[in-house]
Design a protein around this ligand. Structure first.
Ligand SMILES: [Zn+2]
Length: 219
């Protein structure tokens, strides 16, 4: 086994591609500016031999999901409300199960994926992270099972990319680190809903022990 700073064995490193779906790309229901710019480098990364396990998440909400502003009378998208004792941002309707906007974006070679993890399927609970749902009415954040899947595959390090940097990528990376995985966010392969929050996001990731790197510097 190598030291802490050595390059990880590819077979022990997983790539997590978060929510690359038309609704999160320019023209989509919850468009992230510049999201289309990461498609080509993400495709190349998926085609590479750098990762032993490749996982994608797919935001996959039933109609009328609790995270939709349309579910909350008098509320508008991007307002923040209290939900089960925690802050919940209300979003435009997005990634409704079976809709075109919820599909895995056709620009990526999805046949390279080992696992596609759908999240946000509980009508009453949001799910930003690939590892745990947001808080449920009991105050729990139930696990998705991804940590166990990765451990059973021998994975000890994960690289996180996709959309959006300040929401689902951030939460996925923080939970990955909390679950004990050596975690890196591939910053240039993410884009933010709110780029003004970039420094806050960097600080939060650092505080949780998550590394930030640019993919171009590690190829
Ligand atoms: Zn969602």
């Amino acid at each position: 086994m190598g030291g802490h700073h050595s390059i990880a064995d590819p077979t022990q490193t997983a790539l997590l591609v978060v929510d690359v779906q038309p609704d999160f790309l320019p023209g989509g229901a919850l468009a992230v500016a510049g999201g289309d710019e990461i498609l080509a480098p993400l495709a190349a990364l998926l085609e590479s031999a750098r990762f032993g396990v490749r996982v994608a998440t797919q935001d996959w909400h039933p109609p009328g999901h609790v995270s939709f502003a349309s579910r909350h009378p008098g509320r508008r998208p991007f307002e923040v409300v209290d939900l089960y004792g925690h802050e919940q941002t209300l979003w435009p309707d997005h990634c409704v199960q079976g809709s075109a906007g919820a599909a895995l974006h056709p620009a990526l070679p999805w046949e390279r994926l080992d696992l596609i993890l759908r999240k946000g399927t509980d009508p009453q609970v949001d799910s930003y992270s690939a590892f745990r749902n947001n808080w449920d009415p009991r105050g729990d954040r139930p696990a998705t099972g991804l940590a166990g899947y990765l451990r059973e595959r021998g994975v000890c390090a994960v690289c996180v990319c996709g959309l959006a940097r300040d929401v689902c990528v951030r939460w996925t990376a923080e939970d990955a680190a909390a679950a004990g995985f050596r975690t890196t966010v591939l910053w240039d392969l993410t884009r933010a809903v709110d780029p003004a929050a970039d420094e806050t996001v960097r600080a939060a990731l650092a505080a949780r022990g998550v590394a930030v790197a640019n993919d171009e510097g590690s190829a």
